[in-house]
Design a protein around this ligand. Structure first.
Ligand SMILES: N[C@@H](CCC(=O)N[C@@H](CS)C(=O)NCC(=O)O)C(=O)O
Length: 397
């Protein structure tokens, strides 16, 4: 029953924000608890097998970990008010691409602006990390545990390719993106029109919890992209919260039609193509090399030996004018394969229309990009799936 849904998460967790905003907008009631809640250690952690949030505990006791899996669980239920997956092919593929870019690609600016501006951000982070580790324990205890709770976080920066050499490019990218998003949101309340789609939920993860809430980047967003800051409020609201957009508010709470994608969205997608395709291609290539070295891997085997491990080796990729080095995270393949799955499910004519739309931006490669094995989820962990099938010869001209 929806009344007894519990969301385990924290205010400053980007992926918790993504799940929380979805539940609110869909009017699905839930109670929220922090991972320091004794029940999390006793009941939830043993089932999830890794220390990670968000986790949803359903009324029947079932556990769903992963913000996207949580959204997809409710998408398949009758509890949702509307689907966050648009139906028109070009709009759907744009949404899946932006979801991938937001949920994974923007981790770099999100982590950089939080932890490399720590002195500026410290007051809020200390208070919240302390509360989350020891909820309701009193200020002395929470202050004492905050540093310990934050300690591992700096260690997450190098695996993401965040270092002195890449920081100027990360900041340059983020400032450009702020400008593009501000422009788009001058005319449209959401990325794909009058309703929040999975694109908005992917982008909201980094743009809300880190970049709109942390002290330093919050000022940056409010100054450079006030409409984006308002979008983070709109995304968090249960109602439509779009008084700025008369036409949309009155008449059009729908996604764009395929033939009316505005230039402002094309500009955002073009940035994604230029900045993110090399990393995604290398993720797939490195995974294929890893699979070739591990022919013994059976279908259903977890992607890493231990549940808390998230990576299989390292990758090097071009990011703007620098060569970045980071880790290969198989989780990203689950988001990459969603795009080719959606493309493969189209008829010839729709595929041709999609290629025509995405090719000028350089995003057409993403429509068919896939590793040699699928990644599935079992018991809230990523596992290797079957070999992938390429639609050879099925590609439209
Ligand atoms: N793909 C996962 C990512 C979850 C995730 O990385 N959560 C962060 C908090 S925002 C976490 O729990 N990190 C703890 C850690 O990795 O040590 C999701 O969407 O839920």
């Amino acid at each position: 029953m929806s009344e007894s849904i519990i969301l385990y998460g924290t205010p400053m967790s980007l992926y918790t924000g993504r799940a929380r905003a979805y539940l609110r907008k869909q009017h699905i009631p839930f109670d929220e608890r922090m991972p320091g809640d004794p029940r999390f250690a006793a009941e939830i952690f043993p089932q999830v097998q890794r220390l990670v949030i968000p986790v949803v505990e359903l009324g029947n006791g079932d556990i769903v970990q992963d913000s996207l899996a949580i959204i997809n669980h409710f998408e398949q239920s009758d509890q949702k008010r509307f689907s966050v997956y648009p139906e028109s092919p070009i709009v759907l593929l744009s949404a899946l691409i932006l979801d991938l870019f937001g949920a994974e690609g923007l981790l770099r600016p999100a982590m950089h602006y939080r932890w490399n501006y720590f002195e500026q951000n410290k007051a809020l982070l200390q208070a919240e990390f302390g509360d989350c580790a020891a909820p309701a324990a009193g200020i002395e205890v929470t202050q004492a545990v905050a540093a310990q709770a934050m300690a591992p976080m700096q260690g997450y920066l190098p695996p993401l390719g965040i270092n002195d050499q890449s920081i100027p490019a990360i900041e340059e990218q983020y400032l450009e993106l702020l400008e593009l998003l501000q422009k788009h949101l001058l005319d449209h309340p959401y990325m794909l029109g009058g309703l929040p789609s999975i694109a908005d939920y992917g982008l909201y993860a980094p743009l809300y919890a880190h970049l709109a809430r942390d002290i330093y980047p919050s000022q940056l967003m409010k100054q450079k992209a006030p409409r984006l800051f308002r979008w983070t409020e709109r995304m968090s609201a249960e109602n439509t919260d779009m008084p700025e957009y008369g036409e949309y508010r009155e008449h059009n709470q729908n996604y764009f039609p395929d033939d009316q994608i505005p230039q402002t969205l094309i500009d955002i997608l073009s940035l994604v193509a230029r900045d993110y395709i090399p990393e995604l291609e290398e993720t797939v290539n490195a995974t294929n090399r890893w699979l070739a070295e591990h022919p013994e891997i059976e279908t259903g085997a977890t992607v890493t030996e231990k549940p808390h491990q998230q990576t299989i080796g390292r990758i090097e990729f071009q990011f703007r004018d620098i060569l970045c080095s980071g880790v290969n995270k198989p989780y990203r393949l689950t988001l990459i394969q969603r795009i080719s799955d959606a493309y493969d499910a189209l008829d010839q004519e729709s595929r041709a229309a999609c290629i025509k739309f995405f090719a000028p931006m350089g995003l057409d490669t993403l429509l068919t990009l896939k590793a040699n094995r699928r990644i599935e989820r079992a018991n809230n962990l990523e596992v290797w799936g079957a070999e992938t099938i390429n639609l050879q010869g099925a590609q439209p001209q």
